[in-house]
Design a protein around this ligand. Structure first.
Ligand code: SF4
Ligand code: SF4
Ligand code: SF4
Length: 233
Protein backbone atom coordinates (compact mmCIF):
# COMPACT_ATOMS: atom_id res chain seq x y z
CA UNK A 1 0.00 0.00 0.00
CA UNK A 2 1.36 3.46 -0.86
CA UNK A 3 1.78 6.04 1.92
CA UNK A 4 -1.02 8.14 0.44
CA UNK A 5 -3.46 5.28 0.83
CA UNK A 6 -2.32 4.72 4.40
CA UNK A 7 -3.32 8.28 5.31
CA UNK A 8 -6.57 8.52 3.41
CA UNK A 9 -9.51 6.20 2.82
CA UNK A 10 -11.51 5.73 -0.35
CA UNK A 11 -15.27 5.94 -0.78
CA UNK A 12 -17.32 3.50 -2.90
CA UNK A 13 -16.40 5.35 -6.12
CA UNK A 14 -12.71 5.12 -5.27
CA UNK A 15 -12.37 8.80 -4.37
CA UNK A 16 -9.89 9.65 -1.59
CA UNK A 17 -11.51 11.08 1.55
CA UNK A 18 -10.01 13.44 4.10
CA UNK A 19 -12.31 14.07 7.05
CA UNK A 20 -12.30 17.37 8.94
CA UNK A 21 -14.52 19.63 11.00
CA UNK A 22 -15.47 23.32 10.96
CA UNK A 23 -16.41 25.06 14.21
CA UNK A 24 -18.62 28.13 14.28
CA UNK A 25 -17.26 28.56 17.77
CA UNK A 26 -18.90 31.89 18.51
CA UNK A 27 -22.20 29.98 18.79
CA UNK A 28 -20.95 27.78 21.65
CA UNK A 29 -22.92 28.30 24.87
CA UNK A 30 -20.85 25.82 26.92
CA UNK A 31 -23.88 23.61 27.58
CA UNK A 32 -21.61 20.50 27.42
CA UNK A 33 -24.15 18.50 25.39
CA UNK A 34 -21.29 17.49 23.05
CA UNK A 35 -19.24 16.13 25.96
CA UNK A 36 -22.17 14.07 27.20
CA UNK A 37 -23.04 12.82 23.70
CA UNK A 38 -19.44 11.79 23.08
CA UNK A 39 -19.28 9.79 26.30
CA UNK A 40 -22.61 8.11 25.58
CA UNK A 41 -21.85 7.32 21.92
CA UNK A 42 -18.31 6.08 22.47
CA UNK A 43 -18.43 4.59 25.96
CA UNK A 44 -15.77 7.07 27.11
CA UNK A 45 -14.71 6.62 30.72
CA UNK A 46 -16.70 8.79 33.13
CA UNK A 47 -14.98 11.71 34.87
CA UNK A 48 -14.37 15.37 34.04
CA UNK A 49 -10.72 14.78 33.14
CA UNK A 50 -11.51 11.86 30.82
CA UNK A 51 -12.71 13.78 27.77
CA UNK A 52 -12.41 13.34 24.01
CA UNK A 53 -13.99 16.77 23.63
CA UNK A 54 -13.97 19.93 25.73
CA UNK A 55 -14.68 23.66 25.75
CA UNK A 56 -11.71 25.95 26.38
CA UNK A 57 -12.54 29.19 28.19
CA UNK A 58 -10.53 32.41 27.82
CA UNK A 59 -11.45 35.35 30.03
CA UNK A 60 -10.05 38.86 29.88
CA UNK A 61 -10.82 42.56 29.87
CA UNK A 62 -10.59 45.19 27.16
CA UNK A 63 -10.56 48.79 28.45
CA UNK A 64 -11.98 47.48 31.73
CA UNK A 65 -14.82 45.62 30.01
CA UNK A 66 -14.80 41.87 30.79
CA UNK A 67 -15.22 39.22 28.10
CA UNK A 68 -15.36 35.43 27.84
CA UNK A 69 -14.48 33.48 24.70
CA UNK A 70 -15.34 29.80 24.31
CA UNK A 71 -13.27 27.43 22.19
CA UNK A 72 -14.93 24.02 21.74
CA UNK A 73 -12.22 21.53 20.79
CA UNK A 74 -11.14 17.92 20.34
CA UNK A 75 -8.43 16.05 18.43
CA UNK A 76 -7.49 17.93 15.23
CA UNK A 77 -6.83 14.72 13.27
CA UNK A 78 -3.64 16.39 12.11
CA UNK A 79 -2.30 15.59 8.65
CA UNK A 80 1.25 15.63 10.04
CA UNK A 81 0.48 14.10 13.43
CA UNK A 82 3.42 13.93 15.89
CA UNK A 83 1.42 11.47 18.02
CA UNK A 84 1.62 8.99 15.13
CA UNK A 85 5.27 9.53 14.28
CA UNK A 86 6.41 9.27 17.93
CA UNK A 87 4.50 6.06 18.76
CA UNK A 88 6.97 3.17 19.12
CA UNK A 89 4.41 0.38 18.61
CA UNK A 90 2.25 1.88 15.82
CA UNK A 91 -0.66 1.95 18.27
CA UNK A 92 -1.34 5.49 17.00
CA UNK A 93 -2.08 5.42 13.31
CA UNK A 94 -3.88 7.02 10.36
CA UNK A 95 -7.15 5.21 9.75
CA UNK A 96 -9.14 5.57 6.50
CA UNK A 97 -10.27 9.12 5.82
CA UNK A 98 -7.19 10.58 7.53
CA UNK A 99 -8.68 9.88 10.98
CA UNK A 100 -6.01 9.51 13.67
CA UNK A 101 -6.81 6.56 15.94
CA UNK A 102 -5.32 4.47 18.75
CA UNK A 103 -5.23 0.68 18.80
CA UNK A 104 -5.69 0.03 22.53
CA UNK A 105 -4.23 -3.47 22.19
CA UNK A 106 -0.92 -2.09 20.92
CA UNK A 107 -0.68 0.82 23.38
CA UNK A 108 2.05 0.30 26.02
CA UNK A 109 1.23 3.55 27.86
CA UNK A 110 4.63 5.11 27.23
CA UNK A 111 2.73 8.47 26.99
CA UNK A 112 4.96 9.68 24.14
CA UNK A 113 1.90 10.66 22.10
CA UNK A 114 0.43 12.61 25.00
CA UNK A 115 3.62 14.62 25.30
CA UNK A 116 3.90 15.11 21.53
CA UNK A 117 0.34 16.38 21.03
CA UNK A 118 0.29 20.22 21.15
CA UNK A 119 -3.47 20.17 21.73
CA UNK A 120 -3.55 17.98 24.83
CA UNK A 121 -6.15 15.88 23.02
CA UNK A 122 -5.26 12.53 24.61
CA UNK A 123 -5.86 10.97 28.00
CA UNK A 124 -5.45 7.60 29.66
CA UNK A 125 -8.57 5.45 29.79
CA UNK A 126 -8.22 3.46 33.01
CA UNK A 127 -10.76 0.87 31.87
CA UNK A 128 -8.88 -0.11 28.69
CA UNK A 129 -5.49 0.80 30.21
CA UNK A 130 -4.59 2.63 27.02
CA UNK A 131 -4.51 6.13 25.61
CA UNK A 132 -7.83 7.35 24.24
CA UNK A 133 -8.94 10.27 22.05
CA UNK A 134 -11.56 11.43 19.53
CA UNK A 135 -12.17 9.05 16.60
CA UNK A 136 -14.41 11.41 14.57
CA UNK A 137 -17.03 8.77 15.45
CA UNK A 138 -15.83 6.73 12.47
CA UNK A 139 -18.12 3.83 13.37
CA UNK A 140 -21.19 5.93 12.55
CA UNK A 141 -20.05 7.97 9.52
CA UNK A 142 -21.44 5.54 6.96
CA UNK A 143 -24.88 5.34 8.58
CA UNK A 144 -25.35 8.91 9.83
CA UNK A 145 -22.79 10.93 7.87
CA UNK A 146 -21.72 12.84 10.95
CA UNK A 147 -20.45 12.68 14.52
CA UNK A 148 -22.38 12.48 17.79
CA UNK A 149 -21.05 15.87 18.89
CA UNK A 150 -22.28 17.57 15.72
CA UNK A 151 -25.64 15.84 15.88
CA UNK A 152 -26.21 16.88 19.50
CA UNK A 153 -25.03 20.50 19.59
CA UNK A 154 -28.11 22.72 20.06
CA UNK A 155 -26.47 25.78 18.51
CA UNK A 156 -24.93 23.98 15.50
CA UNK A 157 -21.30 24.75 16.32
CA UNK A 158 -19.81 21.81 14.40
CA UNK A 159 -19.88 20.72 10.77
CA UNK A 160 -18.15 17.45 9.90
CA UNK A 161 -17.28 16.50 6.32
CA UNK A 162 -14.82 15.50 3.64
CA UNK A 163 -12.27 18.13 2.55
CA UNK A 164 -11.85 16.32 -0.75
CA UNK A 165 -15.55 16.54 -1.64
CA UNK A 166 -16.18 19.94 -3.22
CA UNK A 167 -19.94 19.30 -2.92
CA UNK A 168 -19.86 18.57 0.82
CA UNK A 169 -21.54 21.06 3.17
CA UNK A 170 -18.15 21.42 4.87
CA UNK A 171 -16.32 22.60 1.75
CA UNK A 172 -19.29 24.81 0.77
CA UNK A 173 -19.04 26.50 4.18
CA UNK A 174 -15.26 26.89 3.95
CA UNK A 175 -15.64 28.49 0.52
CA UNK A 176 -17.99 31.08 2.01
CA UNK A 177 -16.25 31.88 5.31
CA UNK A 178 -12.79 32.82 6.51
CA UNK A 179 -11.17 30.60 9.12
CA UNK A 180 -8.10 30.00 11.26
CA UNK A 181 -6.43 27.13 13.15
CA UNK A 182 -5.39 26.76 16.77
CA UNK A 183 -1.63 26.51 17.37
CA UNK A 184 -0.92 26.40 13.66
CA UNK A 185 2.76 27.14 14.32
CA UNK A 186 3.19 23.65 15.75
CA UNK A 187 3.23 22.44 12.14
CA UNK A 188 0.91 19.48 12.62
CA UNK A 189 -1.49 20.53 9.82
CA UNK A 190 -4.60 20.42 12.02
CA UNK A 191 -8.10 19.84 10.62
CA UNK A 192 -10.33 21.76 13.02
CA UNK A 193 -11.33 24.89 11.07
CA UNK A 194 -12.37 27.76 13.36
CA UNK A 195 -14.75 30.04 11.48
CA UNK A 196 -13.96 33.76 11.83
CA UNK A 197 -16.84 35.28 13.83
CA UNK A 198 -19.06 37.93 12.24
CA UNK A 199 -18.87 39.88 15.53
CA UNK A 200 -15.77 42.08 15.08
CA UNK A 201 -15.12 42.42 18.83
CA UNK A 202 -15.36 38.65 19.40
CA UNK A 203 -13.05 38.10 16.45
CA UNK A 204 -10.38 40.47 17.82
CA UNK A 205 -10.50 38.77 21.21
CA UNK A 206 -10.12 35.36 19.54
CA UNK A 207 -6.97 35.84 17.54
CA UNK A 208 -3.51 37.17 18.23
CA UNK A 209 -1.67 39.56 15.91
CA UNK A 210 0.10 36.70 14.13
CA UNK A 211 -2.87 34.35 13.64
CA UNK A 212 -3.15 33.52 9.95
CA UNK A 213 -6.61 33.91 8.46
CA UNK A 214 -7.38 31.66 5.51
CA UNK A 215 -9.88 31.49 2.69
CA UNK A 216 -10.58 28.17 0.96
CA UNK A 217 -8.24 29.15 -1.89
CA UNK A 218 -5.32 30.19 0.33
CA UNK A 219 -5.83 27.08 2.49
CA UNK A 220 -5.78 24.80 -0.52
CA UNK A 221 -2.59 26.21 -1.98
CA UNK A 222 -0.76 26.44 1.36
CA UNK A 223 -1.97 23.47 3.43
CA UNK A 224 -2.77 20.90 0.81
CA UNK A 225 0.64 21.39 -0.83
CA UNK A 226 2.29 20.98 2.59
CA UNK A 227 0.31 17.83 3.34
CA UNK A 228 1.23 16.37 -0.05
CA UNK A 229 4.91 17.03 0.76
CA UNK A 230 4.49 15.42 4.16
CA UNK A 231 2.86 12.32 2.71
CA UNK A 232 5.42 11.88 -0.05
CA UNK A 233 8.32 11.83 2.45
FE1 SF4 B 1 -20.77 24.32 22.90
FE2 SF4 B 1 -22.35 22.91 21.24
FE3 SF4 B 1 -20.71 21.64 22.93
FE4 SF4 B 1 -22.88 22.94 23.86
S1 SF4 B 1 -22.87 21.16 22.50
S2 SF4 B 1 -20.79 23.00 24.73
S3 SF4 B 1 -22.93 24.69 22.45
S4 SF4 B 1 -20.08 22.96 21.24
FE1 SF4 C 1 -2.43 13.66 17.38
FE2 SF4 C 1 -2.94 15.70 19.00
FE3 SF4 C 1 -3.01 16.07 16.33
FE4 SF4 C 1 -4.91 14.64 17.55
S1 SF4 C 1 -4.50 16.83 17.85
S2 SF4 C 1 -3.79 14.07 15.66
S3 SF4 C 1 -3.78 13.63 19.19
S4 SF4 C 1 -1.19 15.54 17.55
FE1 SF4 D 1 -16.45 12.40 20.54
FE2 SF4 D 1 -17.18 11.57 18.11
FE3 SF4 D 1 -17.15 14.19 18.65
FE4 SF4 D 1 -14.83 12.84 18.47
S1 SF4 D 1 -16.31 13.20 16.81
S2 SF4 D 1 -15.39 14.32 20.05
S3 SF4 D 1 -15.41 10.85 19.28
S4 SF4 D 1 -18.49 12.64 19.59
Amino acid sequence: MCKHAQHFGYDKEGVIMNYAMALDYQNCINCKACETACKEENGVQLGVHKQRIWVGIVEGTIFGKPYVNLYPSQCNHCMNAPCVSVCPTNASYYAPGGIVKVDAHKCILCKGCMEACPYDARFIDDTTVAVDKCTFCDHRIEEYGTTACQATCPTKVRLFGDLNDENSDLVKLLKKEKFFFQKERSGTLPKLFYIVPKDEAYFRQSVSHDTKIYTWETFKSHFMAKSANTRSK
